[in-house]
Ligand binder design. Structure first.
Ligand code: F6P
Length: 549
């Protein structure tokens, strides 16, 4: 095992740094944010950081300067700095798959050099970027046309997980910058409804399918891609049409060729970029087709700026490190089980879904890099909806429920669609929510409003509920790149402290294997011999009975 994955003994929870945090947590117990703010009138400015185009306010967390110092000491003691260097320099920190983790190379400038197994990967990255740009221009200029000579007007991305969530999130986030003469759709689910609804009003003659699969083995994607080919040929008949209406993004040239896509029309990716870390690779081809190559390059510049900040800033002024350590504090010391991500920006409506894969596939792990069971919680559950919709739905539980739910509020100072007072009203809601969560409403305040005694407990807001607020000037392609990289590195920071492999995903395998075994049992015309547990057997029998009706 390389130095980069050596554990730092003693074990995490026995380490002096962890125990110091536990002791410190006891001293903070019973302290209310109301008190912390009253004790330090400048707390709101002191516990905030301006970096990389973001204003990050973390003052409404149950932390003090000492908490942060202890968290940073914990990160130091677990070798976070060395882990960051190991990632950026291409060491094989994805230990269980023996792979480097180089998504940062996907946005490295062309004059940089990142060596992996004796080869510089940066020229390969830029060669693919140039191929994507040339292709995008040909589609936009009408030089690349469909088989019957019609221009391409519809782009349909077929992929799942990292080959879908990043592209769809980025398309929605950057829709404001997108070409309105193109229709961009996404098919991920193996549920035929996804395919049917995405294609029902499209003309095959004008439609390009971008089949994204790092492995080119994923059941959902290959099934959807086969249906896409059938849909196309149903209208265009001639097999040669496929070449004009399908391109692929993959590491697996053989699989692409076997499917029938010309490998000249394949955009390469590499095993050192994980699926959930790949929206800035060729997996982002649909994003580039939607917004153009210049906006895509601007997004890459945003990623790069956050990478540089993460790599070089001291931990106490390092945005992803602070965000990661505060999330870890809320999780491991305050016992929070989830994080609500609440963008006050409609264009970020798919951002929580994107973050779910990034955070939970990365840090949902039960053993350390050495295979030892962990005796602490790892990745929390991420979820969320854009404000203000969430306010009229689940915020009740965040304000008055029995669980502690830290929130990440994300807002922008300038709207992309200025409309009367809308933006001020939107942002007033964001600020009001974090204020209400932190400070609540005391019994005295409720009584002073003339509330009858019996109603007072119902109208009380305990407060002391932690939140971060991230503010940026405006949602641009560059800001989006910075935002995504911020969360990528925050996830990394937490995984490094927990000493887990944030870059594998063995937990998805068992379900896939069982589904493979179950498919013939559902499809076979003869009654199959079922050898599952009694529950699964009964479900399969019932399904077979009812589907025949
Ligand atoms: O099943 C999980 C997973 O492997 C994800 O990690 C990945 O993003 C997704 O499937 C899709 O994989 P592929 O791009 O190889 O089709």
């Amino acid at each position: 095992m390389s130095d980069a994955v050596q554990t730092h003994s003693p074990t995490l929870t026995q380490s002096p740094a962890w125990q110091a945090l536990q002791a410190h947590c006891q001293t903070l117990r019973g302290q209310h944010l109301r008190q912390l703010f009253a004790d330090d009138p400048k707390r709101g400015e002191r516990l905030a950081l301006e970096a990389c185009g973001f204003y990050f306010d973390y003052s409404k967390n149950r932390v003090t300067a000492q908490t942060l110092a202890l968290l940073i000491a914990l990160a130091d003691s677990r070798g976070l700095r060395e882990r960051i260097d190991a990632m950026f320099s291409g060491q094989k920190i994805n230990a269980t798959e023996q792979r480097a983790v180089l998504h940062t190379a996907l946005r490295a400038p062309s004059d940089a050099s990142v060596m992996l197994d004796g080869e510089d990967v940066v020229p390969q990255v830029h060669a693919v970027l140039e191929k994507m740009e040339a292709f995008t221009r040909r589609i936009h200029d009408g030089q690349w046309r469909g088989y019957t000579g019609e221009p391409i007007r519809n782009v349909v991305n077929i992929g799942i997980g990292g080959s879908d969530l990043g592209p769809v999130m980025a398309f929605e986030a950057l829709r404001h910058y997108s070409r309105r003469d193109m229709t961009v759709r996404f098919i991920s689910n193996i549920d035929g409804t996804d395919f049917a609804e995405a294609t029902r009003d499209l003309k095959p003659e004008q439609t390009l399918f971008v089949v994204c699969s790092k492995s080119f083995k994923t059941l959902e994607t290959l099934t959807n891609a086969r249906s896409a080919r059938a849909w196309l040929l149903n209208k265009l008949v001639d097999e040669r049409a496929v070449a004009k209406h399908f391109v692929a993004v993959s590491t697996n040239a053989k699989g692409v060729a076997e499917f029938g896509i010309d490998t000249d029309h394949m955009f390469a990716m590499w095993d050192w970029a994980g699926g959930r870390y790949s929206m800035d690779s060729a997996i982002g081809l649909s994003t580039m087709l939607a917004v153009g190559d210049e906006h895509f390059r601007a997004m890459l510049a945003g990623f790069r700026a956050m990478d540089e900040h993460f790599r070089t800033a001291p931990f106490e002024r390092n945005l992803p490190v602070l965000m990661g350590l505060i999330a870890l504090w809320n999780n491991n010391f305050l016992g929070a089980e989830t994080v609500a991500v609440l963008p006050y920006e409609q264009y970020l409506k798919r951002f929580p879904a994107y973050l779910q894969q990034l955070t939970m596939e990365s840090n949902g792990k039960h053993v350390t890099l050495h295979g030892a069971p962990v005796d602490y919680q790892t990745g929390p559950i991420y979820w969320g909806e854009p404000g203000t919709n969430g306010q009229h739905s689940f915020y009740q539980l965040i304000h008055q429920g029995t669980r502690l739910i830290p929130c990440d509020f994300i807002g922008f100072c300038q709207p992309l669609n200025a409309l009367a007072r809308h933006h001020d009203l939107l942002m007033a809601n964001l600020f009001a929510q974090s204020e209400a969560l932190a400070f609540g409403k005391t019994q005295a305040e409720v009584e002073a409003e003339g509330t009858p005694d019996w109603l007072v407990p119902h109208r009380l807001f305990e407060g002391n509920r932690p939140s971060n607020t991230l503010l940026a000037e405006r949602l641009t392609p560059e800001t989006l790149g910075r935002l995504v990289a911020l969360y990528e590195h925050s996830v990394f920071t937490q995984g490094a402290v927990w000493q887990i492999d944030s870059f594998d995903q063995w937990g998805v395998e068992l379900g896939k294997a069982l589904a493979e075994r179950t498919i013939p049992e559902l499809e076979s015309p003869q009654e199959p011999m079922l050898r599952h547990d009694s529950s699964t057997n009964a479900l399969i029998r019932r399904y077979r009975q009812l589907k025949r009706r």
